[in-house]
Design a protein around this ligand. Structure first.
Ligand code: NDP
Length: 236
């Protein structure tokens, strides 16, 4: 059994983030979870913070560090969609998704890297999406934000690698959560028909890849995209 680590997960109260928080708790780690609406898993430290609010984010980090010590594993999971076709996409549809999914993750990584560099170790994990690499009609904003995470992770991998800090991306396919509950049955059936494994992912299956990326077993993996997509995006 490894000693417990200080883990911070954004959006760990629902969906994929919650499954990730539960998986780290099961490993015996010290888990801090940021949320806007509350309701984190039992055993996790609940921190109220909107990832688009730099002051709140900084305060959440400070509280996590005070309770658990310097953050050793950062999972930037919080994300939103605002889907619509290009010609109908407003500036607000664009900027709200970029601010939450990409700029929020940048702020988190910058804050976490400070103490990781001092410690000369750390794991940064971004939750992207298969859509970032494949593209998706009606998701120009979302796909751009998720592709941006890949460039960010790979730059961080180069910049922080000399300090033994890894930066990786997990790219889930379709997972049954509140985010995908808005899809029609027809849309769901269309997606499933393109997935070689013929089903949606369970959030715990995404969590498994994240826990592995934080484990000693993946110490030599950085700048990678780990797909958890049932084969949907094969090749990226
Ligand atoms: P959910 O909609 O179920 O949950 C979203 C989470 O993000 C919530 O915990 C929410 O917190 C948090 N969040 C959203 N906006 C903010 C914000 N501004 N500040 C702080 N927290 C915020 O989504 P999923 O679990 O499905 O998605 C999690 C991640 O996985 C996202 O990045 C998503 O893009 C990605 N993903 C999801 C896929 C899917 O099929 N579901 C596929 C591929 C990637 P709160 O409850 O407090 O609002």
């Amino acid at each position: 059994m490894n000693p417990p680590r200080s883990v911070l997960i954004t959006g760990g109260n629902r969906g994929i983030g919650r499954a990730i928080a539960e998986a780290f708790l099961a490993e015996g780690d010290h888990v801090a979870v940021t949320t806007r609406s509350g309701g984190v898993p039992t055993g996790a430290l609940e921190l109220k913070a909107d990832v688009t609010d730099p002051v709140a984010l900084d305060a959440a980090f400070a509280a996590a560090e005070e309770a658990h010590g310097p953050v050793e594993v950062l999972v930037a999971n919080a994300g939103i969609t605002a889907d619509t076709l290009l010609l109908r996409m407003s500036d607000d549809d664009w900027s709200s998704v970029i601010d939450t999914n990409l700029t929020g993750s940048f702020r988190l990584a910058r804050r976490a890297a400070k103490s990781m560099m001092r410690q000369r170790r750390g794991r940064i994990i971004f939750i992207s999406s298969v859509v970032g690499m494949l593209g998706s009609p009606g998701q120009v904003n979302y796909a751009a934000s998720k592709a941006g995470l890949v460039g960010m992770a790979r730059s961080l991998a180069r910049e922080l690698g000399p300090r033994s800090i890894t930066a990786n991306v997990v790219a889930p396919g379709y997972v049954e959560t509140d985010m995908t509950a808005v899809l029609t049955d027809e849309q769901k059936a269309g997606i499933k028909s393109q997935v070689p494994l013929g089903r949606y992912a369970d959030p715990a299956e995404v969590a498994g890849a994240v826990v592995w990326l934080a484990s000693p077993a993946s110490a030599y993996v950085t700048g990678a995209i780990i797909p958890v997509d049932g084969g949907l995006g094969m090749g990226h």
